[in-house]
Design a protein around this ligand. Structure first.
Ligand code: SF4
Length: 260
């Protein structure tokens, strides 16, 4: 898939402080085709070979935690809302998985555990971090409220805010992974974007050495989760603190576009 930007998308990126290295938008109606050669960061990225053994190992780890593989969207949300399977339930006011948001979308964005804003609003990627992500998605013609090719389904890697601001433990990440696996089955995305270190730790957990690599070292390569391409990038809340990384995140979204 090739990324083409119109003037509105370019303006959006500039507002976010992301330097656009693509050629200027053409003034004629038909958008100019942007060749891979004009985007060195994307062109240099390689798609990692599929690793069936890794994918099947991940599936068995995730399926072992909670059996939700028969549930539809409503049943899944109800199961999550009532879940006390790990210690993270002690920190939540609301879970962040909502049945009405589950639909087929080409993109799926998996974020880190819910923060205070996400917990209060029962929504992944809330407030300023959510606004930044929405704008970044718009720049690649994706929308969290849309379906199909224009849609991006958003979720958290675990559905409960950890208590007292602590980080989730590996067994808690593994416990909640069954819900994530069911979401993936229901949404049927064509690419998954892991935003943040806990998101990539779970999605790459079949290869522990890889999963524990610093996020910055994992960027620029397309991994696989059960045959699906996975691209690793920074969490929007971290981009709010480190503006310089926005351009890298933009390159990662371009890589995700090219991975489909
Ligand atoms: Fe259940 Fe996931 Fe919440 Fe743990 S984080 S209590 S597994 S919904």
């Amino acid at each position: 898939m090739t990324l083409e930007l119109d003037s509105r998308q370019r303006a959006m990126l500039q507002e976010m402080g992301i330097r656009v290295w693509l050629p200027d938008a053409p003034t004629i109606e038909a958008p100019e085709h942007v060749s891979a050669a004009t985007r060195p960061a994307v062109a240099a990225a390689t798609v990692a070979p599929v690793r069936p053994a890794v994918a099947s190992a991940a599936a068995s780890v995730m399926a072992a935690a909670i059996d939700v593989q028969h549930l539809d969207a409503v049943g899944l949300a109800q199961e999550v809302a009532a879940c006390t399977a790990c210690g993270l339930c002690a920190g939540r006011k609301k879970t962040t998985l909502q049945a009405q948001t589950i639909r087929q979308t080409d993109w799926m964005v998996v974020g880190d555990p819910p923060d205070e804003d996400e917990d209060r609003e029962a929504t992944p990627f809330a407030q300023q971090a959510g606004i930044l992500l929405d704008n970044m998605l718009k720049a690649v013609a994706k929308d969290r409220h849309a379906a199909g090719v224009a849609g991006a389904y958003l979720t958290n890697v675990v559905k409960c805010k950890p208590p007292h601001g602590r980080i989730p433990q590996p067994e808690e990440l593994a416990q909640c992974a069954a819900f994530l696996q069911r979401e993936i089955a229901l949404v049927q995305p064509k690419v998954i974007i892991a935003m943040g270190r806990f998101a990539h730790q779970v999605l790459l957990s079949a290869n522990p050495q890889l999963a524990m690599q610093p996020l910055g070292k994992l960027r620029g390569t397309v991994y696989r989760y059960q045959q699906l391409p996975v691209v690793v990038t920074y969490a929007p809340k971290d981009l709010l603190r480190r503006s310089a990384d926005k351009a890298k995140a933009w390159a990662d979204l371009c890589l995700a576009m090219d991975s489909i």
